[in-house]
Design a protein around this ligand. Structure first.
Ligand code: COA
Ligand code: MG
Length: 291
């Protein structure tokens, strides 16, 4: 699975920011056609994104485009204009049902026929950010083979359920946990909510670690300043990697002797700890920290 510790958004209408993104060391970028773009500039944004896909070299950074929501009346033109220029993936916002994902997937099948040097099929990333999206998570997560990622959108979700956002985030915890749980159940990647406060750098790392603790693989960001801390938060530290290696080795040795549960540093270790340790190594490998 591709590493997506941070997905950096920028308005699709903002050439300067898109161009700047080619010089940033970020796992994924998302050129936005949805809420980051004023209604009067939707067409201009599409043209700017096409120009970027045609002319800019983003290196190993994944190129994503967020289209307008299915049912907005703008989604079809977004896909028709953008997809022929071969983005790596499409983010669908405000996904409310499996049908939303399947509709986009069917359009992609048609539009991909126009791409001469299509490598991998274009991926779909579904943004879950409404009450109905949470209620229908199971069918959405199981909707289509192009779907690789569930993304949690806290701000829209809070607006939809009438919650008041707080720094602690207890008001969105149920939805945030539901998204990561469904992603795990259907072998999808999970991307956590946007870090909107790009001035509050001192709390960014710890806040991002909350997502790691819940099981998320990465999070959405809006400013280049956030890349370093967020990608660091979603990369296992040397200490965590070492601890995972020690645990796996001890586990294997005990298994060979017919022992399932044993002790490290005063704590019991058994099968769930092995899985957790393997997850740490998987994430370290994905981030290029291990062979
Ligand atoms: N992507 C790429 N470059 C960005 C960027 C982004 N998201 N946000 C800021 N930059 C660049 C600026 O262009 C500027 O570059 P320059 O010095 O070469 O001109 C530099 O980083 C510093 O930017 P700064 O002045 O601190 O921020 P700003 O006032 O220009 O922009 C925001 C602040 C919030 C408007 C901007 O970060 C932004 O547009 N973020 C994305 C918003 C979005 O897409 N929302 C929808 C999805 S949630
Ligand atoms: Mg939104």
């Amino acid at each position: 699975m591709r590493v997506r510790r941070a997905i950096l958004y920028m308005p699709g209408s903002d050439w300067r920011k898109i161009e700047k993104a080619t010089r940033l060391d970020v796992d994924s970028i998302c050129m936005d056609l949805e809420d980051g773009v004023a209604l009067s500039r939707k067409e201009e944004a599409r043209e700017t994104v096409v120009k970027a896909l045609k002319t800019l070299d983003f290196g190993s950074t994944e190129k994503l485009v967020r289209i307008n929501a299915v049912g907005s009346g703008m989604e079809e033109a977004d896909l028709d204009v953008i997809v022929p220029f071969n983005p790596d993936g499409i983010i669908i916002p405000k996904v409310s049902s499996a049908a939303d994902v399947q509709w986009v997937s069917e359009r992609l099948v048609e539009l991909e026929k126009t791409i001469p040097d299509l490598g991998e099929p274009i991926h779909i990333l579904a943004l879950i950010e409404s009450a109905i999206g949470i209620v229908n998570l199971k069918e959405i997560a199981n909707s289509d083979s192009r779907l690789k990622v569930l993304i949690f959108g806290a701000e829209d979700l809070a607006g939809d359920v009438g919650a008041v956002r707080t720094p602690e985030g207890n008001e969105v915890l149920y939805a945030r946990s539901a998204v990561v749980t469904h992603a795990a159940a259907y072998n999808l990647q999970a991307i956590d909510m946007v870090a909107t406060d790009f001035k509050g750098m001192d709390t960014l790392f710890q806040e991002s670690r909350r997502g790691v603790e819940l099981g998320y693989d990465g999070r959405q960001i809006i400013h280049p300043k956030q890349i370093g801390e967020v990608q660091r938060a979603f990369t296992p530290s040397d200490k965590e990697i070492e601890k995972a290696k020690v645990l796996i080795e001890a586990f294997t040795k005990h298994q060979e002797r017919g022992v399932g549960a044993f002790e490290i540093d005063g704590k019991m270790v058994d099968m769930p700890n092995l899985k957790a340790a393997e997850n740490v190594l998987r994430k370290a490998r994905a981030a290029g920290k291990l062979d």
